[in-house]
Design a protein around this ligand. Structure first.
Ligand SMILES: NC(=O)c1ccc[n+]([C@@H]2O[C@H](COP(=O)([O-])OP(=O)(O)OC[C@H]3O[C@@H](n4cnc5c(N)ncnc54)[C@H](O)[C@@H]3O)[C@@H](O)[C@H]2O)c1
Length: 254
């Protein structure tokens, strides 16, 4: 009952972690706005299968565009009346080292992974979450945002490296998470990050991992990450803010 008739906006909703988070929240009765560049039809079908009572909207477009972001939030509030949960999940990773990094790729990753999270956070808070004195903002960062990225270790090939812009953007996302937590805590709006390790989704397709540096010797599943999203999204998680929860099988814990 705790989530019943809440409303969530989830970016990257067609993808692995966004899709799994949407399905888990929908199971709990949350109405969902899925946002992506690609069709979310497959995820929408799965949502209907787990809970036919929740309403879904799909918004296709580029989250780096502030006009699109505003349109998503406006339409969500028009359709559902409110927005309680924001999951800034869509992300891109140019697996490129310092020397080969281009300005174009740098901007693509920074804008998708950080700027869009800023734009969505601003648009859901002002005025909606602020007026209702309630909100749960969850940013999907990465272990790369904590440890500066993976050069070697569990990425066994050069392709497995996480990329300089990716690492920088995911670190910035953690700082954005904390800033928002500090500014909005007094309004009962929490802001937290989830930092996944290697997880089986589109973004890791074709990469080979070795699990020597991990305690749990497998890749994460999108559902593993979605569990953490659901915790931070819960009305009961009202005393947890500014945190980053690693869901990474225990990488580099000494
Ligand atoms: N899979 C992993 O190993 C892993 C590890 C750490 C962090 N993450 C993070 O998890 C998040 C989700 O990624 P995933 O692993 O589910 O990959 P994914 O490729 O399955 O999903 C990413 C989704 O984001 C969408 N997207 C990308 N750019 C967009 C844009 N400009 N506008 C709208 N939608 C856009 C894509 O179309 C895709 O559906 C990302 O932020 C990623 O960095 C993933």
């Amino acid at each position: 009952m705790e989530f019943k008739d809440q409303v969530a906006i989830i970016t990257g909703g067609a993808g692995g972690i966004g899709g799994a988070s949407a399905i888990k929240l929908a199971e709990k009765g949350v109405h969902i706005a899925l946002v992506d560049l690609q069709s979310c039809e497959e995820v929408m079908e799965k949502i209907r299968a787990v809970n036919k009572n929740v309403k879904i909207i799909e918004k296709l477009g580029d989250i780096r565009d502030k006009f699109f972001v505003k349109e998503v939030v406006d339409e969500t509030v028009r359709e559902f009346g409110k927005v309680h949960i924001l999951v800034n999940n869509a992300g891109t990773a140019a697996r490129v080292d310092l020397e080969e990094m281009t300005e174009e790729l740098w901007h693509r990753d920074m804008d998708t992974n950080v700027k869009a999270a800023f734009l969505f956070t601003q648009a859901v808070v002002y005025p909606h979450m602020l007026e209702q004195r309630y909100g749960r903002i969850i940013n999907i960062s990465s272990v790369s945002g904590i440890n500066g990225g993976v050069l070697s270790g569990y990425g066994s090939s050069k392709k497995g490296r996480s990329g300089v812009a990716y690492a920088a953007s995911k670190g910035a996302l953690i700082s954005l998470t904390k800033w928002v937590a500090k500014e909005l805590g007094e309004f009962n709006i929490t802001s937290n990050s989830v930092a996944p390790g290697g997880t089986e989704t589109g973004i890791t397709k074709g990469l080979e991992y070795n699990f020597d540096a991990q305690v749990i010797k497998r890749m994460g599943t999108p559902e593993d990450i979605a569990e953490a999203v659901c915790y931070f999204a819960s009305p009961k998680a009202s005393y947890t803010t500014a945190q980053t929860l690693r869901v990474d099988g225990g990488v580099d814990i000494g």
